[in-house]
Design a protein around this ligand. Structure first.
Ligand SMILES: *Cc1c(COP(=O)(O)O)cnc(C)c1O
Length: 413
């Protein structure tokens, strides 16, 4: 049985209202909302005092280890609206042989989630809320994993989904989207071109726009990465978090989680440095960070093998940059060569097959500890956002002829 069954049917949430992330003006919860009047993401606000009186860390610990453990921190009101495929806690895996000093190097392996990526966290929440608010048809631009998670949860919710992805999206993503019941198209452009198709089709198709951060609830789903990480560390946080940043939902969500926990008094002391990792071929946040700007310009001719972070423009750019700066972190770019080398190094030495976006965080960590930007004694968490098995792998082409004598002396060469 899905563990969300222990939610009571008529539960009240602690949600008070929604708020424009840029202007701070208020919006009503419990009705369908997209972007704010300023065209920026809406953030969900809670009555944290009431929440604090309603639950304890002890009570949380007695619940199943999954995303719905944190239900008081989440917006879904009615249990029957929850759409779940089993969002279990993801493990923390140390990489002892790759550590540079006294600091631990830890992967949070989000590849274990339904549909093989952390997009499941955001989409299980957004689809549950869309169901609660009566949505029947949704559309989304995607680099692959978000579309796969949407397809899965929307089908499970009995909702129609329309998905648009760049034509060079990994083949497995396009096929899993189709297999999980969505209508999917390859588009000869980038994710922002796909986003335009979704936006312009909204009226005639009557669909709800599920683009990254254009509805308020994906952030709340992704926020559980921060809640879960702090919970797993005994209500503590690491010194630094390396996050592969595309639209930035996860970085924004985690920073929101840490601040809510701080306000509750569940986290005291320093919050982690948030480090936004991008690819050299698509680094709009790094450029804006270095220029001291709060908004990022569109990155022309975006290209990288890490397709999940090939996002030339992000509507929540200022939320990413604010979080990075407030935390004392930074935004940094790595080359495709260092991503491939990092992927190979972690897989061959520690037996952990990262996705290219995850490997980008390893490459960035290595670069930052070598340059001294991050101390070798800092405990660092790298986010591996999807299973490495979703991506094309290096060919392995050696074969043996079993009808001939085997020359065993050759096998260890
Ligand atoms: C979506 C995605 C990202 C980027 O996540 P955001 O929270 O949107 O910045 C990184 N890696 C993978 C594998 C993804 O699917």
């Amino acid at each position: 049985m899905p563990t969300c069954d222990n939610l009571t049917a008529e539960r009240q949430t602690f949600v008070t209202h929604l708020e424009c992330g840029l202007e701070g003006d208020r919006y009503e919860a419990d009705v369908l909302q997209g972007l704010s009047a300023a065209g920026r993401p809406l953030l969900v606000r809670y009555d944290l005092d009431a929440l604090k009186n309603a639950i304890s860390q002890q009570e949380l610990a007695s619940r199943p280890a999954d995303l719905w453990r944190y239900r008081e921190f989440l917006p879904v009101r009615r249990r029957e609206n929850i759409v779940s495929l089993g969002e279990a806690h993801t493990p923390l895996i140390r990489l002892p042989s790759l550590e540079a000093g006294a600091g631990q190097l830890i992967i949070k392996d989000e590849g274990r989630l339904p549909t093989g990526s952390f997009k499941a966290r955001g989409l299980c929440m957004a689809v549950s809320m869309a169901r609660e608010l009566g949505v029947k048809r949704v559309a989304m631009p995607t680099n692959g994993n978000a579309g796969a998670a949407l397809a899965a949860y929307a089908s499970r919710a009995g909702m129609e989904s329309y998905v648009f992805c760049p034509e060079d999206t990994p083949e497995v993503n396009v096929r899993e989207i189709a297999a999980q019941g969505a209508r999917v198209w390859r588009v000869n452009g980038l994710i922002n071109d796909c986003g335009r198709i979704v936006g312009e089709g909204r009226k005639s198709m009557g669909w709800f726009d599920f683009s990254t951060l254009k509805e308020p609830y994906r952030i709340e789903g992704k926020k559980t990465m921060g809640l879960e990480l702090a919970d797993q560390l005994g209500w503590n946080v690491p010194d630094a978090i390396f996050y592969p940043t595309g639209g930035g939902t996860g970085l924004i969500g985690m920073w929101k989680a840490f601040n809510e926990l701080k306000e509750l008094g569940w986290l005291t002391g320093k919050l982690p440095k948030m480090i936004a990792v991008q690819a050299e071929g698509c680094a709009p946040m790094v450029r804006a960070f270095e220029a001291g700007e709060r908004h990022a310009q569109l990155w022309e001719n975006a290209h990288t093998i890490a397709s999940g972070i090939r996002v030339p423009v992000a509507v929540g750019d200022f939320l990413i940059l604010d979080a990075v700066r407030e935390s004392g972190g930074f935004a940094t770019a790595v080359s495709d060569e260092s991503i491939s080398a990092g992927l190979e190094e972690v897989a061959s030495r520690e037996g952990f097959l990262m996705c290219p976006e995850g490997a980008a965080t390893y490459a960035a960590w290595k670069q930052a500890t070598q340059s001294g930007r991050i101390s070798k004694d800092d405990t660092c968490v790298l986010f591996n956002c999807a299973t490495g098995l979703k991506y094309p792998l290096e060919p392995a082409e050696e074969s043996l002829d079993c009808t001939q004598p085997i020359d065993y002396s050759q096998l260890a060469e």
